[in-house]
Design a protein around this ligand. Structure first.
Ligand SMILES: Nc1ncnc2c1ncn2[C@@H]1O[C@H](COP(=O)(O)OP(=O)(O)OP(=O)(O)O)[C@@H](O)[C@H]1O
Length: 251
């Protein structure tokens, strides 16, 4: 089975150091899959290889059976791989709604336009509000993006990517840097995205406890290799995984 995404012997070296080393993973469509591992395990490197920000030293990446190894970030995005690009994606002087409406508009530019300009504007606004509703930022629609908290900015960033309707949503540590009080709301949002079951989600995270409840599948990286992969139940039982996480203490 090919899955929606598959890597084959995916490898990236920096100098003599193999950050990702011969990784073979298969991501099944419409699943929520998390890539976890201790610091330095190679998660971000693997993620950057999948999104196209980094080129592999060796190996291949397939999307829906097609070899996309040579494609740029933008070409991959056009095929349906949507990645949250940190906060740089957000225009701080625009409102939250304007930020998301621009993303809806960018997505629809390529599509069929049956509306008058006014009706089209309403339609874009409605679609943007729908996404803001999902991420819980509808109450902040008219706020300037610059005034959001860090956690809200990360939600906005997710809203912008969701507005572009990617088939695969790539999320890089969505709780990184946000305050502890904002973490449960982010987990709730990830849960909601999962429950919709309308796209495949690939999450990179180093907090084991956070991904156990969210994930259908977990891939554990250690020293650039896949240490284990399987359901959350399989992963918690795996002794190699327990050892990798501080000799038994799951982080
Ligand atoms: N651009 C780079 N140049 C040199 N070494 C790098 C580079 N990027 C990553 N590395 C090294 O590759 C290894 C894997 O790094 P990576 O950032 O992928 O790990 P990670 O699992 O995402 O870690 P963390 O949880 O700390 O973010 C580390 O040893 C890191 O120092």
């Amino acid at each position: 089975m090919d899955g929606i995404l598959r890597t084959e012997d995916l490898t990236r070296a920096f100098g003599g150091h193999f950050a990702v080393n011969g990784v073979n993973i298969i991501i099944r469509p419409y699943t929520f899959t998390s890539i976890i591992g201790p610091n330095g395990a190679g998660k971000t490197t693997l993620f950057n290889l999948i999104s196209g920000q980094l080129k592999p030293t060796r190996g291949k990446i397939f999307y829906k059976g097609e070899d996309i190894t040579g494609l740029s970030v933008h070409e991959r995005a056009r095929l349906g791989l949507g990645r949250c690009f940190q906060i740089t994606n957000v225009f701080p002087r625009l409102t939250v709604l304007e930020n998301v409406r621009l993303a809806v508009q960018a997505k629809e530019r390529v599509g069929f336009r049956p509306f008058t300009p006014a009706a089209r504007f309403r339609d874009l606004t409605d679609k943007a509000m729908e996404v803001l509703n999902l991420v819980g930022l509808d109450g902040k629609a008219e706020a300037l993006a610059a005034t959001l908290t860090h956690g809200e900015k990360r939600k906005l960033e997710i809203a912008i990517v969701l507005a572009m309707e990617p088939e695969v949503l790539l999320l890089d540590e969505p709780t990184a840097g946000i305050s502890l009080e904002e973490v449960p709301a982010m987990i709730d949002l990830l849960q909601k995205i999962k429950e919709k079951r309308d796209r495949t989600v690939l999450l990179v995270e180093h907090k084991m406890n956070m991904v156990l409840s969210l994930s259908d599948e977990i891939v554990v990286l250690f020293n650039g290799n896949v240490l284990a992969s399987g359901s959350p139940e399989d992963i918690v039982k795996d002794e190699r995984v327990q050892e990798a996480y501080l000799g038994g203490g799951m982080a």
